[in-house]
Design a protein around this ligand. Structure first.
Ligand code: 2AM
Length: 216
């Protein structure tokens, strides 16, 4: 029997297919290998030395649970602000269950998080929530937060990945970047202060996904 009230998910987003998830993880492993080599290289000791009291980043301890996905709207089963409005949007209803190609433009890592930056198309932006905080704050382009969390350090929550990305995007916008460290075969690697790094890919990687909700 159908329920009279709609059920709201923990979040809506694009869920990567099995194959694309696998592909993205192997791309990520290559990135980690480059980072590991850099951290062992004496030339870059400073960029990897965390300030007093903190431990250096240990990529091996990063972990991720659940399906690889790019969150659009965090709903918290309906408790989050704007959750039901979002679920009622025409674009959300029309595209529920539809397949999308997502373009990955960069990979990034901080002492807390490891993620992939997603460049959304105009059509995909129709599924981006209007009430995303980033708009009010840093006057960043709509959809700047779009990403796939690939790993977080012990004790860190997934939501931190988007926060870390927004900080880096904001620094890039202000021209307050970062120093280009090296050209690696996959792209341009930049260093931001406080052990934050971004690899902008020469060629955007495409991953296949399905737009849906996560209910468990
Ligand atoms: P993520 O999108 O960075 O991976 C369940 O917790 C999912 O919802 C995770 O994918 C998580 O982060 C995302 N999430 C949790 N809280 C959020 C929030 N306040 N805003 C946006 N996304 C959130």
């Amino acid at each position: 029997e159908a329920l009279s009230q709609p059920l709201l998910p923990l979040y809506y987003g694009w869920f990567l297919t099995h194959e694309s998830g696998h592909h993205l993880k192997s791309l990520c492993n290559k990135f980690l290998k480059v980072m590991k080599e850099l951290s062992e290289d004496k030339k870059h000791v400073e960029e990897f030395s965390l300030k007093s009291g903190e431990k250096p980043i240990d990529f091996e301890t990063f972990h991720h649970e659940g399906p690889l996905h790019c969150t659009t709207k965090y709903c918290d089963y309906g408790s989050a602000e704007g959750a039901s409005e979002y679920s009622e949007k025409k674009a959300v209803k029309d595209n529920y269950g539809a397949a999308f190609k997502l373009a990955i433009e960069a990979l990034f890592i901080t002492p807390r998080t490891l993620g992939a930056r997603v460049k959304l198309t105009k059509d995909q932006l129709l599924l981006w929530p209007e009430d995303d905080e980033e708009q009010c704050n840093a006057s960043l382009p709509f959809g700047s937060r779009a990403h796939i969390t690939l790993g977080v350090a012990p004790g860190v929550q997934d939501v931190q990945t988007g926060i870390d990305l927004l900080e880096m995007v904001s620094m890039m916008q202000k021209g307050d970047k970062c120093e280009m460290v090296s050209e690696v075969s996959e792209g341009k690697l930049s260093y931001f202060r406080q052990d934050r790094w971004m690899l902008e890919l020469n060629k955007k990687e495409e991953v296949k996904s399905v737009f849906s909700g996560y209910y468990s």
